[in-house]
Design a protein around this ligand. Structure first.
Ligand code: ATP
Ligand code: MG
Length: 525
């Protein structure tokens, strides 16, 4: 008989707030030292199953056996004591604390006088960081980190607390190609150290590449478990959604119209207002054109988008929409001028998790005739619109009055996308539009973007996923160190390698590898 490090058997879970059956008879069996992928459509129950394992959701019935023994996991503290750690789909870090403070929060080591031993903690974290290939400086403030780096902090936190089983809930959905490669190296290193990894992803190529075993959940039920090497992507996809979905690169159109959107010599500073992150960017997007922006995270994309959408100050330069200079417009005025925006962070920026679906859907159009009159919201029209969008975008929810924060990650993203596309924008700024979406929903979003492009709308697509950029864009711009360093027509011979060269700045010079030495130079003892 096979010896499993962990067995979850016949797990049932109904969320009583909305009466949703999230899991029925779900089963998961893990072998020690293996990477086990957990896949399934948006809302299939993956996160719920992991939250139960991590002790932050209660199951209604079922059994968990760890190293052959029955265990009861009522909270995250117990989970940690049992050697289970989780990196959540939406990170749980405090931006104002540094890395060491975030990692040691709640388990700070104290000396005999009861004082926290910061220096010791920092050095331990620094050593662990090097050993696990995560390469982080424990003194850096978390608010200054990119999403990829924040994820590393989360992984390091589980390791620091002694995790033997590490749950990674959609770890790659927010990462760039380069960061994904680094994460995979880390996963391999952890596996070699005997750790067991649960890897959740919607990207089946990744699952195939990194996992040893795979479990497929469908509507809360386990429908398949087996060795990854013995299956193929088509089979997994069929098991997940009941059909085989494939993508073909969008055909470029030559029906492009006039310039709809232009940026002229734009300069924007970083969030602390200290130095320039956008250094004289100019670009144009025509009607009926999708322009993709490729770049390694942290090269000015965030600041550029914030300035375009009116969330950050422009130091110098101008932004034009439909020939109007909108540089001084508020965010609402920009919306009224025809701009829509799908932000990268669907929870912090893209939605109001504590408001219901209807409130979220109308939050960008409550002032328009579609849903209001003379300053009063028309309840009936708002309801009709929300019902239509839930159906059209296949948002899985038991009702309209459900708080958006209670939806699964992918379904929150669908609320954001449906809200932005239904505003019928002239220009859509789309940051990571398929972040966390399953293949069927991803295909749906691609079809929608193609449709609005063919109707003559302009799309500025910012994505860390080069496949997505290459699949959708008519033209690809590469941003490096705050400047647009290359403009590619997206012809069939263009390769990822070619784009990657500009993304990494290798067109300028080869940079030497940094040595791994993260010890703090200053003590905060
Ligand atoms: N806190 C909650 N309260 C109520 N219902 C919830 C809650 N969290 C999840 N659900 C519901 O349970 C079902 C399973 O959600 P879960 O988040 O586990 O799915 P998932 O497989 O992780 O999906 P995704 O790929 O979109 O992240 C969904 O229908 C979701 O709406
Ligand atoms: Mg999830």
């Amino acid at each position: 008989m096979q010896n499993y490090i962990l067995e979850m058997k016949n797990i049932h879970k109904i969320y009583s707030v909305n009466n949703v059956t999230a899991l029925k008879n779900a089963t998961l069996k893990l072998e020690k030292g293996k990477v086990h992928a957990l896949v399934g459509e948006n809302g299939a129950g993956k996160t719920t199953l992991m939250k139960i394992l991590y002790g932050i959701e209660k199951m209604d019935s079922g059994e968990i056996m760890l190293r052959g023994k029955d265990v009861k996991i009522d909270n995250a503290k117990t989970a940690f004591e049992l050697g289970i750690g989780m990196v959540h789909q939406h990170f749980k870090l405090i931006d104002d604390f540094n890395i060491a403070e975030n990692i040691s929060l709640g388990i700070e080591k104290k000396n005999k006088y009861g004082m926290i031993e910061f220096k010791k903690i920092q050095n331990e974290i620094s050593d662990l960081s090097c050993k696990s290939g995560l390469d982080l400086d424990p003194c850096t403030k978390v608010g200054d980190l990119s999403i990829g780096e924040k994820q590393k902090v989360e992984i390091l936190r589980t390791l620091y607390r002694g995790a033997e089983i590490i749950i990674l809930d959609e770890p790659t959905s927010v990462l760039t190609e380069q960061e994904i490669q680094r994460l995979f190296n880390t996963i391999k290193m952890l596996k070699n150290q005997g750790k067991t990894i649960i890897f959740i992803s919607h990207k089946l190529e990744e699952v195939k590449k990194i996992s040893d075993q795979i479990t497929v959940l469908r509507n809360g039920e386990t429908v398949f478990t087996g060795d990854t090497a013995r299956t193929n992507i088509e089979e997994i996809s069929r098991l997940m959604v009941g059909e085989n979905i494939t993508f073909e690169k969008l055909k470029c159109t030559d029906k492009k119209g006039e310039n709809i959107f232009s940026i002229d010599e734009l300069y924007v500073k970083d969030m602390e207002d200290q130095y320039f992150k956008v250094k004289g960017i100019s670009l144009n997007i025509k009607a009926g054109e999708i322009v993709g922006l490729a770049g390694v995270d942290g090269n000015g994309q965030k600041e550029l988008i914030r300035a375009i959408t009116g969330l950050s100050k422009i130091e110098k330069g101008s932004v034009f929409l439909n020939k109007k200079n909108i540089s001084d417009y508020s965010t609402r005025m920009r919306r009224e001028a025809g701009m829509s925006y799908i932000p990268k962070d669907r929870v912090m920026e893209g939605s109001s998790p504590e408001s219901n679906i209807l409130e979220n859907e109308i939050s960008t159009k409550y002032f328009k005739d579609d849903v209001s009159k003379n300053g009063w919201i028309n309840r009936e029209k708002s309801l009709d619109l929300t019902k239509f969008l839930i159906k059209e975008y296949d948002i899985k929810t038991p009702g309209i009055n459900i708080m958006v924060g209670m939806l699964s990650g992918g379904n929150i993203q669908k609320v954001v996308i449906s809200r932005e596309l239904s505003s019928e924008p002239e220009l859509l700024i789309a940051c990571e539009p398929t972040w966390g979406l399953d293949i069927r929903s991803q295909k749906f979003v691609y079809d929608q973007l193609e449709k609005i492009r063919n109707e003559g709308k302009s799309i500025f697509l910012i994505s860390g996923n080069l496949d997505e950029i290459m699949y959708l864009s008519d033209r690809i711009l590469v941003i490096f160190d705050g400047e647009i360093v290359k403009n590619f027509d997206n012809h069939d011979d263009l390769t990822k390698m070619e784009i990657g060269k500009y993304m990494m700045g290798l067109h300028i010079e080869e940079k030497p590898e940094k040595e791994c030495d993260n010890r703090c130079t200053e003590s905060t003892d």
